[in-house]
Each structure stands twice: as structure tokens, then as C-alpha cells.
Design a protein around this ligand. Sequence first.
Ligand SMILES: [Zn+2]
Length: 456
Amino acid sequence: MLGYKRNGPRTKHLITITNNSILSLFFYSSPIINKFSDTHLKACNVIQTTALRIALGVPIWTPNVILLKLAGQEILSGKIKRLAMQFFIKQIATQPFSAIFHTPGRIYSQLVEKDAESLRITFRNLSCIPDHIISLPIFPHSNPNICEIFLKDFYFQNKELPSSLISSDFIECIQRFFTNHFIIATDGSKSHCHTSIAGFSCLQQFCYRIHPLNSVFTAEVLAICQALDELVIPETDILILSDSFSALSSLKNLSFHSPKVIQRLAAKIRIRKNLHQKIALLWVPGHSGVSWNEKADFIAKRVSDFSPYIDWIASEDILSHLKKQSLQITEENYHKSKYKLLIGNIPDILTLSKWTGNRVQDRLIARIISKTITTPGLLSRFNLHPDPLCRVCNEINDISHILLRCQKYASVRVILWRKLNIVSANITYDVLLSHVLVNKNHLLIFVQTLKYFDIV
Ligand SMILES: [Zn+2]
């Protein structure tokens, strides 16, 4: 089924099948397979690239660099190593309930040396240590009704409204419903140089730098956690303001699978609850002229290299960073390779399959991009065709010649070039591709014209 040429499943689905059926065997046992020798890991890569070649419908000699770039995949051996590290980091984050790490602080000695060393390197590259990972509280909470959370209970909680209306209705709401509450505003902020958290009450304020890998979501939640630690006064009902709808709704939908930082926040709220202190959370639309929110935002953005630093880092953010970094390797390998010069900057097949209509087009465009269209010039390289030369032009009859130079197709080319907005008569293969891959319309015009070049 995988090899169907004409109809049948789309390339993007075949890549999913490759990942979910064949390769998932490796993924799920990654902490064990990670200990394979390099030879074994290379064998894994062969299984992956063979499956991807069939999925894309390109020949077996298509270079891996192009194959992985086109399929938008990371090399399997790298992925196995990454998933193994992610497994250990997840275990650190689920302490004290981890199956393998019972004693925090003795993490490395609980692993075999090879894993311990990889984990050490991973943490060194992240510039943090296992102790800084936000882990589960000792009493994880799964009751969603932990405290009052107001997300869309009031008129002003609507981003569509004009700022003036939001800020005036907010003041009215506070005066009517929260007069006896001690108000704290919080905010998390992320710029290219700093990730920071801030909070303030009428009595005091704080602003901290946090690890730059933390997401805005994590920062927003950490800001509320820190406010509970630093700004809360005893024996008073507390109202905490946040402009993070996602953070507050995540807390509202608390479960055992919630991010660890949400679990931590829930545990902090529970401690207050046990002391008979009521905590309420109120969502405030950001950048809407609500002075409490504006001031928290201002304090968070005033962060500098000299602001105090809090070590906490979310395992979920580390995991998404590691994945992004790993896919970046595929990109870099392609950009360093000679193929970058030959075929230019190409999108992956997932992007392209939004433009193509069926398996035939998927396969055709994969072959055009990888320059693996069957031509006499190509066949003769494998001794499958007696004559590599074009009879009309006496040049090597490969796909570049056919599309860019062959006299036989001069008139077809003029029409195609006009439709693709190509002005220069003398262009290279990568320039042609850059015009073809500019949008859906260009791609379809190109694919439909290919039949006049006698290559479909
Ligand atoms: Zn020719």
C-alpha cells in the first residue's frame, strides 16, 4: 500500500504512517534503544529513510539531506537520543512520583553512565540543573474547583470592547464585588533579551528574571506563584489579576495532566485555603487601559541584567525547545549542503501538500524538487539508457536541460515563464523552483504544464 503510485494515500499521510507505525516502535523504547551502538543506530536511520523514500515516492538514491528536509523530519538516531533525554526530564518533573528517580539530587547516580553523561550534557547546554525543573508538588491536586476563577463573568472581560469601556467597567466591578479584597496584579513578559515576572500590591512589588527558555504561559503562572509567596498579607481575602487567559483557564481545568507549573500554583492556593484564606483570580484583558494591568506590565518590562534571578524552568518548555532544536539540525544540514545551491530554499512536504491535490502531484513535486525525475540523462547514469544526450541540442538530457534550456520546449517555456512571472530567459534551477513554490496558483500552473515537457 505504501508504494502506490497513482492514487491512494497522500504523502503527508504516508509520513504520519511511517512515524506512527514503523518508527513508534523505536520512540516508545527510546530510553533503552538509546544505548544501541552507533552501528545499530545507523541501521535505524536506514529503516527510517527507506520508509520516507517510499512515502515521498522518490528513488532510493535520493540524498538523505534532501529527503529529511523535504519530509520535515529529524534523523531517527537523533530523535531516539532526544526522546530518551525527554523521558528522563519528564521523570525529573514527576518527582516524587517518578518510576526511576526516587531521590532528588541523586539523579545521575541512578542512571547508567552513558545516560547520565548525555543528561549532564543536555543540562549544561540548557544552562540549568535538574533541581531547577518545576516538579509536581507532594500533594498533587486534581480538583478543578480549587478557587474562584473569573474568566468571562463580567462585562469588561471582553477584548472586543473599546479600552475606555473595559477600564471604566473594571473599576466599577472591583468596587461592587471585591471591595474587601486585597488586590495583587501580576504579569509575565518575554523579549529577545529577557524573560521576566512581576507583581505588585498597594504595599510592595517584585520583578525577577527567569530562565529564557520559559514560555510566556509559564512566566504568567510563575508570576502568580511568586505573588502568593511574596505579596499576600494574612487573614484577608485576596484578588489576583492576570491578563493570561490561557494560564487561568488551565488552572480552571486542572487535572493530573496539567503543566507542572499549574500543579504548583494549585498547591500554593490550597495551602492558603487550608489557612482559611480565600484566593480569587480575575482575568483582565491585556493592553486595555486597566491601570493595574498596565503597571504590572511596566514593572515586568523594566527588567534588566541586574534584576534578581529565579531558577525555575518548566519541563514542558525544555521539551518543546529540544524538539525545535532537533528539527533545526535537519535545516542546518540542508543549508550547509551543496543541494542548497542547486535547488534553493524549499518548503517541506506538509506545506506543499496544502497546495497539491493528490498523490500524483505530491510525488511529482517531490521528484522535481529532489531532481529525481526520470529522464534519459538520469537513466544513463545508471546504465539504463544508451544515450544521455538530447538529440536536438546535444546536451545532457536531464531535468534541468528539459525545463530550462531544451529547444524542443521553447514555446511551452515562453508561456510558462510568463504565467510564473519569470522575466529573465536564462535562469537556474533554484530560481525556477523559487518561482514555482511561491504560492498554490504557481505550483498548480507548473504541475499542469509539466505534461507538455513530456516528463509526466
Ligand atoms: Zn534539448
